[in-house]
Design a protein around this ligand. Structure first.
Ligand SMILES: Cc1ncc(C[n+]2csc(CCOP(=O)(O)OP(=O)(O)O)c2C)c(N)n1
Ligand SMILES: [Mg+2]
Length: 293
């Protein structure tokens, strides 16, 4: 390392020396690498086709034409799928071969969630509970992701991930008790409906302010890393929440601290009534992963 450092210093000194002695313009100078051998200044042309810019923390090529980068000409991040819309496995070698019994359990949980939603949504419409958020159409994302995790992994949710808790075994009675804020509610009736939490099932209580779970999840994952456990954190959020400042802070901490965490974005196209095209430009939320590293 010391040798490399010394060489770098030498190159810099050499560069300055050439600049002073020749008075050449910087543009011309850039094409030469100057160094000293046995006290004699020598110059060597840069190998420009293989030369790379060296901005700290970036990696790119030099170009000699100035052009805007148009997002619509760059193809998006490809989307992985195993099955087509008709239910056919596209590539048999990618079939996870999940036993039938387990698939039936997934399906049972998805339909149970759907039924619970109908009952609790109607409860809210009838004025029996003050608030409710349905999970319609997102059941598969809950059950599929929950099934891929270990029960000891820690879950940070937004408010539309009841299926994850259901998959882990949270009973219907406790879902009801929380929404109705009755004496059996684990949260003692202190939270709005759907703000579930279960210490036993490693599911952190939902909080209302959007995206606060993202930096919290990054911090929890960092703690797990420091404890040297094999546990990981999964952090769910909607694409709307991803526009909060907390989301960017959380992603950056998780990347730079190399935390064991999965950020799981549920992009359902809307943040309440705001469609995605009014929320952000670019290739969705997934594209933020390479941005933060
Ligand atoms: C800090 C903050 N700002 C605004 C709100 C109000 N709010 C609740 S849900 C929501 C939209 C969230 O959209 P998204 O993250 O896409 O989740 P989805 O409801 O689509 O699952 C907003 C703006 C909030 N809860 N917290
Ligand atoms: Mg949304």
């Amino acid at each position: 390392m010391a040798a490399i450092g010394g060489l770098r210093r030498l190159c810099t000194i050499g560069f300055n020396a050439v600049s002073r002695s020749t008075g050449l313009k910087a543009s011309r100078l850039c094409q030469y690498r100057a160094f000293r051998v046995n006290g004699v200044m020598r110059q060597q042309p840069f190998d420009s086709p293989t030369e790379k810019p060296q901005f700290p923390g970036a990696s790119a090529d030099f170009v000699d034409r100035l052009e805007f980068i148009q997002p619509n000409v760059i193809s998006g991040i490809p989307v992985y799928r195993v099955m087509d819309r008709q239910g056919q496995i596209i590539n048999p070698s990618e079939d996870p071969q999940i036993p039938k019994e387990e698939v039936r359990n997934f399906y049972q949980k998805m339909t149970l969630l759907n039924t619970m939603d109908r009952i609790l949504y109607e409860s809210q419409r009838q004025g029996r509970i003050s608030f409710y958020m349905t999970n319609y159409g997102e059941e598969g994302t809950h059950i599929g992701s929950a099934a891929a995790l270990d029960p000891s992994d820690l879950v940070f949710g937004q408010y539309r991930e009841a299926g994850v808790l259901m998959y882990r075994g949270f009973p219907l009675d406790l879902f009801m008790a929380q929404c109705y804020a009755n004496m059996d509610d684990l949260g003692k009736g202190r939270q709005m409906p759907v703000h579930y939490g279960s210490k036993d099932l490693n599911f952190v209580t939902i909080s209302s302010p959007l995206a606060t779970q993202i930096p919290q999840a990054a911090g929890a994952a960092y703690a797990m890393k420091r404890e040297n456990t094999n546990r990981i954190v999964i952090c769910y959020f909607g694409e709307g929440a991803a526009s909060e400042g907390d989301a960017h802070a959380g992603f950056n901490f998780a990347a730079t601290l190399e935390c064991p965490i999965i950020f799981f974005c549920r992009n359902n196209g809307y943040a309440i009534s705001t469609p995605t095209h009014e929320q952000y430009r670019g290739d969705g939320i997934a594209a933020r992963a390479p941005v933060t590293g």
